[in-house]
Design a protein around this ligand. Structure first.
Ligand code: HEC
Length: 145
């Protein structure tokens, strides 16, 4: 074969290989990182878990001392439940699929338990018994680790 023709053919082949692999990679990226995917660093997960732990400690104390007629205790308890809900929502990647599979699989149920606990804490007089579901939700998910 004519050497320059051979060169043109190999350059053409090289271009085809590069283009095909770029398209291939783009497709694989789309499969592994759909739009509603959030990457959560392990460090971030640990920090959020620790902050939820602090909130649960505070909630336990507040609930132990609370009398149903104490409106300021009620507001503190609701505020703490809001914090836990905020941390849990961040752990859910804002309700998206994340790389933290155990968390992704179980966090929505946990968030809905927090919602229920908040609803009952908001009653007049408040009911704090649903907060126990939130606390046991921590252990419930940790057993899948
Ligand atoms: C939906 C699942 C899930 C729920 C709910 C959950 N956790 Fe976790 N938790 C995990 C996983 C998974 C890890 C391990 C994270 C890692 O180190 O990669 C973890 C780790 C932790 C850690 C260790 C963090 C560190 O520094 O290594 C603490 C503390 C913790 N969780 C507290 C809590 C508390 C308190 C609650 C309830 C308010 C809770 N978790 C609810 C899944 C969950």
């Amino acid at each position: 074969m004519n050497p320059s023709l051979w060169r043109v053919k190999s350059i053409a082949l090289l271009i085809v290989v590069v283009v095909v692999s770029i398209i291939g990679c783009a497709q694989i990226r789309e499969l592994t990182y759909p739009e509603d995917f959030t990457y959560l660093e392990k460090k971030e997960v640990e920090a959020l878990m620790q902050r939820m732990g602090q909130s649960i400690g505070k909630l336990d104390q507040l609930v132990a001392k609370a009398s149903p007629s104490d409106a300021s205790q009620q507001q503190k308890i609701i505020a703490e439940l809001n914090k836990v809900e905020g941390f849990a929502t961040r752990l859910s990647g804002g309700h998206t699929q994340t790389n933290q599979f155990v968390i992704s699989d179980h966090i929505e149920g946990f968030i809905s338990d927090i919602g229920t606990a908040k609803m009952f804490a908001n009653l007049n007089p408040p009911r704090y018994d649903k907060i126990a579901y939130v606390t046991s939700g921590c252990e419930g998910c940790h057993q899948f680790q």
